[in-house]
Design a protein around this ligand. Sequence first.
Ligand code: SAH
Length: 422
Amino acid sequence: MFEPTAPREAPIHPLALRLSGKAVLCVGAGAVSERRVNQLLEAGAQVTVIAPAAVPGIEELADAGGLTWLRRGYGPGDLEGMWLAHTATGDRELDARVSADAEGLRIWCVNASDHAASSAWTPAVARTEEGITVAVTAGGDPRRAAGLRNAIALAADTGLLPLRRRRAGAGSVALVGGGPGDPGLITVTGRRLLAAADVVVADRLGPRDLLKELDPSVRIIEVGKAPGDHLASQDEINAVLVREARTGNRVVRLKGGDPFVLGRGGEEAAHCRENGVAVEVVPGVTSAVSVPAAAGIPVTHRGVAAGFSMATGHDELTELPARPDHTLVLLMGVARLGRNTATLLGRGLRPDTPVAVIERGWTPDQRVTIDRLDSIAATAEAIGVANPAVVVIGDVVRLSPHAAGRLAPAVPAPGRQPLPVA
Ligand code: SAH
């Protein structure tokens, strides 16, 4: 718990209660009570509400049998057998009476209308996915407490807090899509899992900068594959994931882009499951869409292209649509760029169809090369285009600011109908 201000008197004593099956009395049935009642029910308490009238939420809970609602005023004897009381009647005097009666019976009581006189406070609470409960009190200022609670919850969700377990538990694997490389393009869930990981199995692609932020005690296992220089085989990677999880580690398999887009995430997930290792898959921002975007190319654009196909450049492109108004996105397409462009020309795609090759998208060394279908391969070769790169083929390439001057006709203004392409 977190107490930011020095209280005037003795500090409060934070305590976490197990309320499962315990009788709790709530006097009053307005909005404040409703929030509290829901928290108490979540904690498993047996809740009795006393009030002549109730907000619909409490009435519904009573009708459904979730709590007991005594439809009358508070009277002596109502606190009998209670472990805890909460009073929020909107009437300060009545709240004070409930509070005083509770005090006499040695029952802790939260008095919503008088923090100072309250023998117990309800903190602002956040629960994280990692089994952590954060409770904040702020010197009797509930909004301030809620604001702090929200900030802590956000920091926890976005991986900015050291959420790593210090006591060993069950091991698991998370296949996390890291996005194309920019540390801002991983998901919030991915970032949080990374912050909680004991072991990170990392690729050559993806948000490598995030690895530098990890606690020095986090083990990083590099399995990145550069074409032709296989650091670890897929079988070895699969084995590492299972081995590390079995020894009780939380393993994050940090992958470039999305784990299920040409990332062999499906195989890794299946291998974990077959070996009884709990595995979750966190989608990522795939380079197939985000790397074209980094060059200002939307893979679809109204009036220019209504769809796109993605493939690996290793495959023969004999089945894919070959039309300038259907965008082709090729991953791993550098080595066979010449063959692939020849295939597409042979299938009737216009020689002046624009092509973009985007190397190292979303990194400071990003390079965009734009040319016609019939000359891009020679251009790429001449300037030494290298992996990783995404190849985009189709009229959407004209929308890139990098296309200005390289291609005719001119780029249509966004939102306007494009000029007919010669
Ligand atoms: N699962 C990944 C793709 C893995 S295949 C995803 O969804 O993005 C590896 C290929 O992805 C590379 O050969 C390259 O074509 C492409 N790639 C990934 N990151 C890239 C980047 N930052 N810049 C350019 N290409 C990238």
